[in-house]
Design a protein around this ligand. Sequence first.
Ligand code: FES
Ligand code: FE2
Length: 466
Amino acid sequence: MSARWFTNTNPALRRFWHPVAAVVELDGPGPHPVRLLGDDWVLAELGGEWSVLPATCPHRMAPLSAGQIVGDRLQCGYHGWCFDAEGSCVEIPALGVGAKVPPTAHLAVPFGVEERYGLIWVAVEEPVAPIPSVAEWDSPRFGHAPMPRQVWRATAAQMTDNFLDVAHFPFTHLDTIGNPDEIEVGNIEVSRDGWHFQAVYGHTARSIEQSAAAGAADADVVERVMTFTCWAPHHLRLFIDYGPDGDLLLLFFHQPIDDDNTGLFVLILAENIADGRMTAEDQIAFQVAVGSEDRAMLERLRVKAIPLDPGFETHTRADRTTVELRRLLSDVWALATDDEREGVMPASIAPPAANYAHARSTTGAAVWLHTSGVVPIAPDGTVPDGLIAQAEVIWANIAAMLEDAEMSGADVVSVTTYVTPGLDLAPVMAVRDQALGGALAASTLVVVQELAQPEWLMEIAIVAAR
Ligand code: FES
Ligand SMILES: [Fe+2]
């Protein structure tokens, strides 16, 4: 068996509930495009209930998000075919009233769609576990503050790993909750029960009310007990007994959008909102500030996956909780068969000196490889080792990934180079030509004002197929 890399498109995720939208953020009944586990769908309110249908019309593949809701049906905008909430094609206008509809005109809808906690949840296949149950949701003791949905360039498992992790507080969160005097991680009680586990951890942190009002440096250090509940595959509840600041419950629900992106829904339930000590807006602003510290770090992780096999990461006693997450994810992994699971991560490839590279291959009729590397800019504005050396590193990594996928330069179908204006590209192109060994590939140069990260100077992306 090849190494197990848990990505956002693991087929086992089809057997769990995932949120795809917050109802308050939807502008009308739709149809709204949504993306889950790498697949596109449309969300539409049909007959007073939210329905999820495939994104593409079976007639001429028009996007159904460009259609309209007519009564309790979704009508394609191209030739007017109409679909009901179950995906059945109930009318083909061009055939006239009462005409027989071909069997392939119907759409396959997901197993289930539910509205809970103000979110719309989807299970693509019959789920093995219910939508997480939160007893405090209806309690008047807590005021509610739903954070607007964010999209992070990280996987849902990586984000859950981060939210469960306590060792990073005094480093990543110095400007919000982190207490620089509490660096060592104490005992964490972890207990597993079926498709979820609990972790209890008592420690000290900055007072949330004071930190939100006056900044972390002036906030008192308070004792708090955190109780995490992690539900498979990657939903999280964090209950914090915050001493004088009151109880705080944070719900982290993730939408694995595709291999690189995850929608994050954080629902905040706070006693100090209910009793008027903090406003919902202040709580949201504070949690957004904490989250942006995590996000800045997570978006820098090169591989968008969590390895489940030992040896790829180094675990310590302080990582007890996040090791348990890997055990839980291993059980999720086992739900899918090897045949279903064709995604392969570049486990055998040495990390590049440049800081971004990425590969996927899918089998079936064809193998596809998408990979890229970047030329970084150091804080002083120079390129470490020079542009040519960096370009050579990128191509060395691309070559390693090609080899890993049993491909060669001859299988490269396109090369796209993204640059900012004013670079001398001739030497970079020479490195490319040498790396491709004379093989022909479509090559595109895209000049942009800035790349995805400000510390990048150039990005080279390739697609190969066999
Ligand atoms: S493409 Fe949708 S009705 Fe023709
Ligand atoms: Fe964090």
